[in-house]
Design a protein around this ligand. Sequence first.
Ligand code: ATP
Ligand code: MG
Length: 870
Amino acid sequence: MKSQDIRAKFLEFFESKKHQIVPSAPMVMKNDPTLMFINSGMAPFKEYFLGNGTPKNNRIADTQKCLRVSGKHNDLEEVGYDTYHHTMFEMLGNWSFGDYFKKEAIAWAWELLTEVYKIDKDILYVTVFEGSDEDGLQLDQEAYDLWKEIVPEERILMGNKKDNFWEMGSQGPCGPCSEIHVDIRSDEEKAKIPGAELVNQDHPQVVEIWNLVFMQYNRKADKSLEKLPERHVDTGMGFERLCMVLQDVKSNYDTDVFTPIIREIEAITNTEYGKDEKTNVAIRVIADHVRAVSFSIADGQLPSNNTAGYVIRRILRRAVRYGFTFLNKKEPFIYRLVEVLDKKMGKAFPEIKDQKHLIQNVIKEEEASFLRTLDQGLVLLDGLMENVKGTEVSGQKVFELKDTYGFPEDLTELILKENNLTYNKKEFEKLLEEQKGKGREATAIQTDDWVTILEDEEEEFVGYDTLEVDVKLVKYRKIETKKDGVQYQLVFNLTPFYPEGGGQVGDKGYLESQDGDIVYIIDTKKENNLIVHIAKTLPKKLDTTFKAVVDEKQRMRTAANHTATHLLHQALREVLGTHVEQKGSAVHSKYLRFDFSHFSKLTSEELRDVEDFVNARIEGKLPLIEKRNQPLAEAMEEGAMALFGEKYGDTVRSVRFGQSIELCGGTHVENTADIWHFKIKSEGAVAAGIRRIEAITYDATKEFYFENNRAYYEIKDALNNPKDAVKAVTDLKDENAKLKKQIEDLLKEKAKNLKGDLKNELEEINGVQFLAKQVDLDQNGIKNLAFELGGEIKNLFLFFATATENKVMLTCYISKELAAERGYDAGKVVRELGKLIHGGGGGQPFFATAGGKNPGGIPKVMERVREYVK
Ligand code: ATP
Ligand code: MG
C-alpha cells in the first residue's frame, strides 16, 4: 500500500466512526511558553484537555506534523543512527474530548490495524500500565480486561510509569496508556528470542507504533493527582513506522516516504545507500533533516540565531556536517532535495508546494554560510594542531571553536584523530555543562497551581470595543523566574486587554478596585486559549469588582502601527508584485517591523512608491470595516489575505481598509486618517530572499521629523550657517581629502629620508645588521619601512617603538633566512618585550607587533632587545 493511501485510509476509518477530520496545525507553536514546536498530535488540542476551551466536535482525527528536537521529546541525536526515529514525522491520531473512552479507543485501534490494514495479529503486542506505588495507582484493570477479549494474554505486557503513564508536562492532564508494538523480525530471529522480551528494549524491528493515552488525572504543582471531571482519549501513531510495517520493509527509510529523497541524495553525491554504515547514517540524516527544515520554513520559522530559529539552524547544520564529512560534499546541495520533497508531499501539504522557491533559497544560503564557517574552522584547527604540545589539544580550545566559531566538536575530534591527536573531553564537557547551566538558571521557573476565585467562568475579550470595563477575577497563579522574579498571572471573566499575538504587543494598563487599590498590568499574553494578565503584585481583595483600564496612548500607537502594517503589506504586493508574502511582523507602540519574501534590495524609488501608496490611503480616510465570526470560506472569497503558518478556525475575523483585507485578530484604528503619517526608517535583508522594513507612524513620525530638523540646524550652525549646507559639507569633504593626500605624501617623504638615516645607523653584531630605535611614524609607515629595508639589506634585525599619548607600539622585523637559520622569532620578541610596556601582541617569526600603554617602559625595551642578537 502506498503511503498516500495509508494516510487516507486512517482518516477515512475515523471519519466513519464519526470523527471530524481536521488539517495538520502548523508545526511551529504560537502562544505557548512551554513548547516551541508541536511534538505530538495532541499539542494543538492542549487547551481542550486543560479545560480552557471547548472543541466544536468531541471526536477529531488528523495527521499532525511533529518535530522532536527540543525539550521533553528530543530524538535529534538518534536520528540517522537508528531506522525508526525522525526529527519531523507525521503522527496519525484520534481524539475523544469527554466522549468515548478506553472501550472504543482500544476496539477501533485493533479493528483498523488488523481488519483495514490487515496486519497479521501474530506480530502485534500490547502493553498496559502496571500501576505505580509512588502515585498510589494500581494496574489499569479496565484496559487489561478490554484487551483480554481480543488479544491472547501472553501478548499483553505490563508497562511501568516511564513507558505507560503519559503526562503533558510537570503539571496538567495525564493518565495511563496502552501501546501497540510490532515485531517485524524474520521467523528465524523470532525463534531465537520471543518478541515479548524485546518490547520496549530499543530493538529496531520490535517497535512501538501506536500509543493510546487515557487522560483521567490532573497532576498538581505539589505532584499529587486529582481525578479529571471529564475523561479524554489521545492517540498517536507514527505514520512512517506504520508505512514500514505495511510496505513490508525493515526500516522507515525503505518506505516510499523516504526512498525518492534517498535516490536523489545518491545521485547528487555519487554514493550508494546500503553499502557502508557511515554513508548510510549520513544519507539518513540528510533525508530526515531536509524534511524537518523545509516544513519549518514553510510554517514560518526561518533559521536564525535565537530560540526556535536556532533549533532549525542546528538541524540544518547537522545535515551539512554529515554531508561534508561522510559524503564529501563541500558545496550546497541539500536545497536541491526540496524538489523531490515537493513531488512527494506537496499534495498532502500544499505549504511545501506554494513556498518551494523560498525554502530552496533559504536552505541554500544557510548551507553556503555554514560551509564558510567550516572552512574557517578548519584553518583555525590547523593552527591548533601545529602548536599543540604532546598529543592532546586542550578542551578549552575545542570549546572555543564550537562556541565562538560554530565549529562542531565531533568534526574537531574526527580531524584530530586523522592526525593522531585527541582532545581533553573532560575539560570540554565541563565548559559545556557550565554554559548550559547558565542557560537553565536564567529560565528556571516555579509555577504554582491556579487558584480559582470564580467557578465556571469563561473569559471574554471585549478589547475591540472598549478600553475600560468592570471585571471579576476568575483565577490567578504565582510564577517565579530568575529573570523577572515573582509575578502573578491573572485571568478575568471579561477583559479589554489585548494579549500579545499576531505580532502585536500585549496591552498594558491597570486594575482599580472599588476602594481605590491599584494594581498595574505590565503585559498581557496568550497561553493557548487563555488571556493572561501579568502583574507584579496581587490585588488586596480578590473577590470584588475591578475597573480594568487599558493604557490608551500605548494602544492607540500600536493600533496605528498595526493598520499601517496591513497597508504596507498591500503596498508591497502592489509595488513589487504578488510574490511578496508576509514572513514575520512585529507591531509595537513605537515602531513596526515587517519581514517579507522578495529577492532584491528595494530601490529608493520603490521605497518612495511604497511610502506614497500607504500615505495616500491614510489621506484617503478609509474606515475600518470589521467582520467578526465570518465564515473562513466567505472571507477568502472576498479576497482576504491568509498567512502561512497560522491556524485558522471555521470562523475568522476579517479587517478591511479599502482594498486591504486581512484575517487578523489585532487591534486597529477606526479610520486610516488616525495614523497621521507613515515613514519607512530602514530596509534590509534578514535571510536569503527575505527583506525587512522598519517604519513608524502617528506621533513617532512627528518626533522623527522634529529630530531630523533639529540635527540639520545643528549641522548648519557648526558650519557657520552657510546658505547651502549640502554644498558646504561637500566642500569640506573635498578639502579634507586633499589635506589627507598631502599628509600622506609628506609622510612618504619623511619615511624616505628616515630610511636613508637608518641605513647609516645599522650596527653589525655577530653578523647581524641590527637596529633598535624609537621613531615617529604611523604603523603602516613602519611596516613599509621595515619591508623596504628588508628588501635591500640581508641579515636584518629591526626593532621599532612608537609612542603617542598612552599608546606604545613595538614592531620587530627579522630577515626570513636569518630567522630560520638562527631560530629567531619576532613573535616571541614582541611578546616578551610587550610585557615591559604593559601590553602584548604577536605575529610571525619574521614580522610581529605588540601594543601597550606604558611609554615609560620603552628605554628598558631598547636595552633588552639587544640581548636577542648577542
Ligand atoms: P519511542 O519510545 O519509540 O521513542 P515514544 O514513546 O516516544 O516512542 P509517543 O510519544 O508515544 O512515542 O508517540 C506516539 C507514536 O509516535 C509512537 O508510537 C511512534 O509510532 C511515533 N513516534 C514517536 N517518536 C517518533 C519519532 N521520533 N520518529 C517517528 N515516529 C515517532
Ligand atoms: Mg520517544
